[in-house]
Design a protein around this ligand. Structure first.
Ligand code: AMP
Ligand code: ZN
Length: 481
């Protein structure tokens, strides 16, 4: 097998992956702040982390993956300004912050299931770790922190090379605004925020620095150390975290670890999914969620395919056409697999044949693609090529496809063409009505009555049904609202 190489944001270089513990890979992914639904851009971060985990397993590692749930502490600005996102959402919905957290955590987990994202070994929920956060803060407070009226602040000048990850032009971090008076450096950040006098928060705890709540950056340092030990292998997140959140986690890790280690050996960041129409911003009102795609008739795995078609370090521009193309591509693969399944009958692979597959050229090429910093655009092509490997008996081909599909998170042996056909939510016409009109249209065409045929086609189009004459994939129609 090819050696795995990953791009480390710390060094801005591809590096060979060497796990801290033999045969084991320990990965921490920054999870969602559960004050609202996740948009599809957020979901790209978890598709990326999941693909990384799947590749690590493919490469033979036992994976220990942690994703956290931020249910307290994340302010409306990544710098230390604004309200707590959870408290703000709770106040405007007239619910408790705990209810808000429970609801959006459930929605997030459902989206992950839809995208075939494997459950982590553990979901770490920030509010469960507050006592550990207080202990952690106590252990670094004397040497690295100072207290202001508003809370306990981390002095970034107390650790070497602050902001190295962000490659900030100055040591004060990129894009920072000094919003808190009294801070020693602009980049200093709160690790404990005191509840202002006279106020009460829904989520607050006693601490040596007064009643209050932990800082968002502290949470991830504490949960990753508690669950993975320090140092661990890989820390992931979206590229925005490379600028503030992760440099601050690193500073805390350096302060906490006697060795001054940054915490994770490799820091990996997915680039953004962008939408020119501004539908990726939660503050702008309506935004694109996985549910929006499903409501429009797109299977969630079409979105996963769309993500896989781009390298995780490239920006990916969302468009409905692009999503449609990803769906068609997935369908083409599923049809190929269905044809093979038909040929094989009941699928059971002779275990002896698996050894032969290990060194099959397509598998080796797939391996070198994913081992090259998760080059999924090439890996998808290799997967497609595996379907047409005529030299391989059909059952072996299915075994190969199943394995490669699993690495990419596409359930190819169970996914059917029918599954991929999702009814748009606002569609009123039923499948049997569509089929009946199409049958009439077929008769009209047979009788060379093109006027009637065109009228029926327009009738269907008016109801969102696109008639697909001569579609190579065998789709007679597609409903799109
Ligand atoms: P949040 O809930 O804001 O903490 O974000 C959850 C994850 O989504 C983080 O890893 C972010 O870096 C990531 N993220 C946010 N916006 C986007 C986007 N448009 N595309 C890809 N990842 C994103
Ligand atoms: Zn985090």
């Amino acid at each position: 097998m090819t050696d795995l190489r990953l791009f480390n944001s710390l060094t801005r270089q591809l590096e060979p992956f060497q796990s801290v513990h033999a045969n084991e890979a320990r990965v921490y992914s920054c999870g969602p702040t559960v004050y609202n639904y996740q948009h599809i851009g957020n979901m790209r971060a978890y598709v990326f982390a999941d693909t990384l985990g799947r590749v690590l397993r493919f490469k033979g590692y036992d994976l220990r993956h942690i994703i956290n749930i931020t249910d307290v502490g994340h302010l409306t600005s990544d710098a230390d300004a604004g309200d707590d996102k959870m408290e703000k959402a709770a106040a405007s919905a007239g619910k408790t912050a705990w209810d808000i957290a429970a609801f959006y955590t459930g929605e997030f987990k459902r989206d992950l299931k839809w995208l075939n994202v494997t459950d982590p070994a553990k979901w770490t929920v920030a509010t469960d770790y507050v006592p550990a956060m207080i202990e952690y803060a106590k252990s670094i407070a004397d040497k690295h922190c100072y207290e202001l009226d508003s809370g306990l602040y981390f002095d970034v000048s107390t650790v070497p090379d602050y902001g190295r990850l962000a490659r900030a032009a100055t040591d004060e971090g990129e894009g920072r605004i000094d919003e808190v008076s009294g801070k020693r450096h602009q980049a200093d950040f709160a690790i404990w925020r005191k509840t202002p006098a006279g106020e009460t928060r829904q989520m607050e705890w006693d601490s040596p620095w007064g009643r209050g709540a932990p800082g968002w950056h502290l949470e991830c340092s504490v949960m990753s150390a508690a669950e993975l030990g320090m140092p661990f292998d890989i820390h992931t997140g979206g590229i925005d975290h490379r600028e503030i959140h992760h440099p601050n986690e690193i500073a805390q890790n350096q302060a906490h670890e006697c060795s001054g280690h940054t915490g994770a050996n490799i820091w990996m960041h997915n680039n953004f999914l962008i939408d020119r129409g501004g539908k990726m911003s939660k503050s702008a009102g309506e935004f694109l969620r996985l549910q929006t795609l499903v409501d429009r008739g797109y299977h969630p795995l079409a979105y996963r395919m769309m993500c896989l078609q781009a390298h995780y370090r490239s920006e990916l521009e969302f468009s409905w056409e692009g999503l449609g193309a990803a769906l068609v591509r997935l369908k083409r693969i599923v049809m190929g697999v269905e044809a093979l399944k038909e040929r094989v009958g009941s699928f059971s692979l002779d275990p002896g044949s698996y050894g032969r597959l290990l060194n099959h050229q397509t598998r080796l090429s797939f391996d070198s693609a994913v081992s090259d910093d998760l080059n999924t655009p090439i890996a998808v092509i290799e997967l497609e090529l595996s379907i047409g490997q005529k030299a391989l008996p059909a059952d072996e081909r299915l075994a190969l496809i199943s394995e490669l599909g699993t690495v990419l998170g596409l359930d190819l042996l169970t996914l059917t063409r029918q599954d991929l056909r999702i009814r748009p939510k606002t569609a009123t016409i039923t499948e049997s009505e569509i089929e009946a009109i199409l049958a009439q249209r077929k008769d009209a065409r047979a009788a060379k009555d093109f006027a009637t045929s065109d009228r029926l086609r327009d009738e269907l189009a008016a109801q969102g049904v696109e008639v697909m004459d001569g579609d190579l994939l065998g789709w007679d129609w597609k409903l799109e609202i």
